[in-house]
Design a protein around this ligand. Structure first.
Ligand SMILES: O=C1CCCN[C@@H]1CCCn1cnc2cc(F)c(Cl)cc2c1=O
Ligand SMILES: [Mg+2]
Length: 511
């Protein structure tokens, strides 16, 4: 079991693959784009589920489960919804030995499966708001090159689908969910995100508007969509006839009430988040797991035990280590001891570093004599000591410090690579310097496409990551936090456009 042989600033995909394999996070299968989620990554998914379930339960969202298969008729219910996605749908055409009369789609997302049910389930305003969520897997037969966790043919997510009486109520929930998504990334995964709205060009066609959180991968200087929360408007309600009688209408005796369409939202968060966390925090020794999502937060390793150490000295040391473990467990720290015989401390250090355990405690005869444990943080070089009587208090504090420092380091890195660009001549050079850009933009779709085309090339002499040149910059979001007011008469960044700029828009190469 050797360490990571490819440096992070070398071939990133090779580094990434080694880190997730040697960290026992994921395993490949004989089907491209289909991966095994090993316990180390699935545990992180469970931390995310527990966190998010607690928050949506407080919002009155109920978890449920809909079938994996969707009939073609049902999938076709919303024409333009699937038009652009047809190439991604996986179909089942045989059952056992017989061909199916009608092929079945494997769900790529569950709008069409759920909304035929919503049409029956929602009869009156008293049925509103309806808030249901599924934790499940979906399949999208992506043709683009698969990347573990980030882009796979099958992935795990939650998909929330809600129905409301008014646009205002729907809009409030869209933002509430977006805040919970940002909190999963920032407070659990120590990953900073930018909140914003997708431009018309980049949003999902079935949506009225799409809120998004956008991450940034410093290693390649690319943006990455981290999660989305859509207001679907009344579009799907019209396609699926999800209506109620207007409760506000004052009707005379026997007069029919008007029917009004409900306002819907749908929001999703996927296992891509695990890949983002690895890419941002991982280093040349392997995974670095933020303490709040670390199955093992602390590992205690005996040191200084040699052939010369007497049996009773070893016995004493091991008992003290057992005592440390109990004290930490009682302080609700998730702790392991590595008492394996025949493995050197160095071997053990390497092993737990590959797994990304945030804090290692080394304990040997000298530490025992001095009444301390020696600490070694996974996110920072160097060692320190904690007096044994203070362990129950200081170790949890140190874990919180590690969590905060990991977030702040990533947030500083993102901020340092999110650059305001005011003129086109700076666009590509700044982009090629592994940055995402904030530019004044007209919000026009064709203009965005032009910017994507015109930002593919490299500027002569600019050292650019070998994989980036083919990719142009696309709009990532209209950040909620606009850097400054757009001065009167400011033109769109695209010199070929000529329109006035409406908003600051974040552009970048992306996954
Ligand atoms: O992004 C989310 C959050 C969770 C619930 N769904 C929405 C919209 C999903 C868009 N989308 C995304 N991908 C799709 C792929 C497909 F093959 C088909 Cl048929 C449809 C879609 C599709 O509608
Ligand atoms: Mg897609």
């Amino acid at each position: 079991l050797i360490g990571i042989t490819e440096p992070k600033d070398g071939d990133l995909s090779e580094w990434y693959q080694q880190v997730i394999l040697k960290g026992d996070m994921l395993e490949f299968t004989d089907i491209p784009g289909c991966y095994i989620y090993q316990p180390a990554s699935y545990r992180i998914w469970e931390f995310i589920q527990d966190f998010f379930n607690e928050r949506i339960r407080k919002m009155g969202v109920k978890n449920c489960y809909f079938p994996l298969f969707i009939s073609e008729a049902n999938l076709q219910r919303e024409k333009d919804h699937i038009e652009g996605f047809a190439a991604e749908v996986a179909w089942v055409t045989e059952g056992g030995k017989s061909k199916l009369e009608k092929r079945l789609a494997v769900r790529p997302t569950s709008e069409t499966a759920m909304y035929s049910f919503y049409s029956k389930r929602i009869r009156s305003h008293r049925d509103l708001p309806l808030k249901m969520n599924q934790w499940n897997n979906v399949v999208r037969w992506e043709f683009k090159h698969a990347v573990p966790f980030l882009r796979s043919r099958e992935f795990l997510w939650q998909e929330g689908h809600t129905a409301h009486l008014t646009e205002e109520e729907a809009g409030k929930e869209v933002m509430e969910i977006l805040d919970h998504y940002a909190s999963i990334y920032e407070d659990l995964l120590a990953v900073p995100v930018v909140k914003g709205q997708k431009t018309k060009n980049e949003q999902f066609p079935g949506a009225y508007y799409t809120k998004t959180i956008e991450g940034y991968i410093p290693a390649v200087g690319r943006g990455i969509q981290a999660a989305t929360s859509h207001c679907l408007g009344q579009h799907f309600a019209k396609m699926f006839d999800i209506t109620i009688e207007d409760p506000k209408q004052d009707v005379k005796e026997g007069e029919k009430r008007n029917k009004i369409h409900v306002w819907q939202n749908s929001w999703g968060f996927t296992t891509r988040s695990i890949g983002v966390m690895v890419l941002i925090h991982g280093d040349n020794k392997g995974l670095v797991i933020p303490p709040r999502v670390a199955e093992v937060q602390v590992v205690i390793v005996p040191v200084g035990v040699t052939a010369k150490t007497s049996a009773e000295a070893k016995e004493k040391l091991y008992n003290e280590i057992e005592g440390l473990r109990t004290v930490l467990e009682d302080a609700s720290v998730r702790v392991e001891t590595d008492m394996r015989e025949g493995y050197s401390p160095g071997y053990k250090f390497n092993d737990w570093e590959l797994k990304g355990v945030p804090l290692r405690l080394e304990f040997g005869p000298k530490d025992s004599q001095n009444g301390v444990v020696t600490t070694s943080r996974r996110d920072k070089d160097g060692k320190d000591t904690i007096p044994i009587p203070d362990v129950a208090k200081k170790v949890p504090e140190l874990l919180e410090t590690i969590q905060k420092d990991m977030f702040n380091k990533a947030a500083d890195e993102y901020a340092a690579h999110r650059k305001i660009v005011r003129q086109w001549s700076d666009f590509v050079p700044t982009l090629n310097d592994k940055n995402v850009l904030l530019v004044p933009h007209c919000l026009g779709g064709p203009c965005e496409d032009q910017i994507k085309d015109d930002s593919k090339g490299n500027i002569e002499g600019q050292e650019v990551d070998a994989r980036a040149p083919s990719m142009g910059a696309k709009s990532l979001c209209i950040p909620h936090d606009q850097p400054e007011p757009i001065a009167e008469g400011t033109k769109c960044i695209n010199p070929k456009c000529g329109q006035n700029a409406e908003k600051w828009v974040m552009f970048g190469r992306s996954y």
